[in-house]
Design a protein around this ligand. Structure first.
Ligand SMILES: [Mg+2]
Length: 431
């Protein structure tokens, strides 16, 4: 193995201003201009670097941002496009190593252990090749960090942003930690940072010099794990697969203005459930659990989950459980802004243990009903056929932010349909 790769093999890649950057990559007219996404929520979800230079950042109210920059381009979020591009980003990382964790829509961890002979170049060139491949083929930039552990590589990718790279080998770790405020370390939240600062622990380096027992006492297991990772001892493994299928069976939607009507809010939750269920069937999976999150106007939320009566992908079997969760969570008189439904405990349809007593004629009919509804909706659009309760969504007054992304009827390069989950990729420079 290339001695250069010895124990410094954990790579973190983080796209720069991802949502806004994707919008600019897809629409050349937006390049070089201040662009933000999040029009549908009224607050900024992502800002391009041109917008950031004007002091506009994530979480800012749109009207405040417009005051800072009247010519700001404000777009609704197009999560479908972002997740398509996100998969292309992961695919580029996989050319360097098969060990890739899809950490979030715009971040991935990868392990280069054992790749020294194949890549046959210094780690600095690996980072550079990765950055160049993404910007040439996908049209936006990423920042790359390579170090001993996940926590250190995440510090590195943030160190020079945008379009930067940092390789941090063991001998230089203390230098980096001395210039990093402890509050900037991944895994140290504001509460932990405050506790540490009260003890005079200011930098990440100070933190690593703390006594092990004191760390455990003060911050318990999670803080202790971060303490070890900062010292270059690997605690967090790569999570290679599980997360992805789990995440993909989740549907959420924010409505504006916020609403207090239970009939309307339940119909929103039901619509999300239907969309997640259709996705579950498309991937030939069944769920054992269902969860519901209701988010209040002030962005605080409540979540509850329950087991389904049996592993299922039928709307008719999940809807009563969703109703019960909703009734338990919903507080009359409070104003809500979004609902989110997720399915957990997923099993592939073909691995299911058939149960003699659950194969009732009624279940067979549910299957036929769902298949027919899916066929119609695929052909005529989402919710062409839907539960009558979805009509209650019309209770909501129309709002200018409801507009769908403008590109909804155009296709991206490589797409054959806007709702097709699997893109056909055409790579400019296949390796
Ligand atoms: Mg990012």
């Amino acid at each position: 193995m290339d001695p250069l790769y010895k124990d410094c093999t954990l790579l973190h890649v983080d796209a720069d201003g991802f949502f806004a950057a994707v919008e600019q990559a897809l629409n050349p007219a937006l390049r070089g201009r201040p662009v933000v996404t999040g029009a549908e929520r009224g607050i900024i979800a992502a800002a391009s670097y041109e917008a950031k230079a004007l002091g506009i950042k994530r979480g800012l109210q749109l009207h405040e941002a417009q005051r800072l920059c009247p010519e700001l381009v404000i777009l609704p979020s197009d999560y479908e496009a972002y997740s398509l591009v996100s998969r292309r980003l992961y695919a580029v990382v996989r050319r360097f190593t098969p060990l890739v964790e899809e950490y979030s829509i715009d971040e991935a961890f990868a392990d280069l252990t054992g790749c020294g002979d194949i890549l046959a170049c210094p780690l600095e060139s690996v980072a550079e090749q990765l950055r160049n491949a993404v910007s040439a083929e996908l049209g936006f930039t990423v920042s790359v960090g390579i170090s001993l552990t996940k926590t250190l590589s995440k510090l590195c990718s943030k160190f020079r942003k945008p379009n930067g790279q940092t390789v941090l080998r063991r001998e230089h770790v203390p230098v980096m930690l001395k210039r990093t405020p402890v509050a900037k370390v991944w895994g140290i939240g504001p509460a932990s940072a405050a506790k540490l600062q009260a003890l005079g622990v200011v930098t990440a380096f100070d933190f690593t010099r703390m006594d092990e027992a004191a760390v455990l006492r003060l911050l318990h297991k999670p803080g202790h794990e971060t303490w070890r990772e900062l010292q270059g001892r690997r605690v967090f493994p790569l999570e290679l697969s599980a997360k992805r299928s789990y995440d993909s069976m989740m549907k959420g939607h924010t409505f504006s203005p916020p609403n207090a009507d239970p009939t309307f809010i339940f119909s929103e939750a039901l619509r999300n459930m239907g969309a997640a269920m259709a996705k579950l069937r498309r991937h030939a999976h069944l769920a054992k659990e269902i969860g519901l999150s209701l988010r209040l106007k002030d962005y605080t939320g409540q979540t509850a989950g329950a087991r389904l009566p049996c592993p299922t992908s039928h709307d008719c079997e999940a809807a009563p459980v969703l109703r019960a969760l909703f009734d338990a969570l919903f507080t009359p008189g409070r104003t809500y802004r979004s609902t989110l439904v997720w399915f957990g405990g997923l099993v592939a349809e073909r691995n299911r243990q058939p149960d003699l007593f659950e194969e009732t004629p009624q279940r067979h009919d549910y299957g036929k009903l769902d298949a027919a509804v899916d066929r119609i909706n695929r052909r005529y659009g989402q919710n062409a056929v839907a539960p009558a309760a979805l009509l209650d969504r019309r209770l909501k007054p129309a709002h200018s932010r409801d507009a769908a992304p403008a590109r909804y009827d155009t296709l991206l390069r490589g797409e054959t349909g806007r709702h097709l989950a699997i893109p056909r990729l055409t790579l400019a420079n296949p390796v």
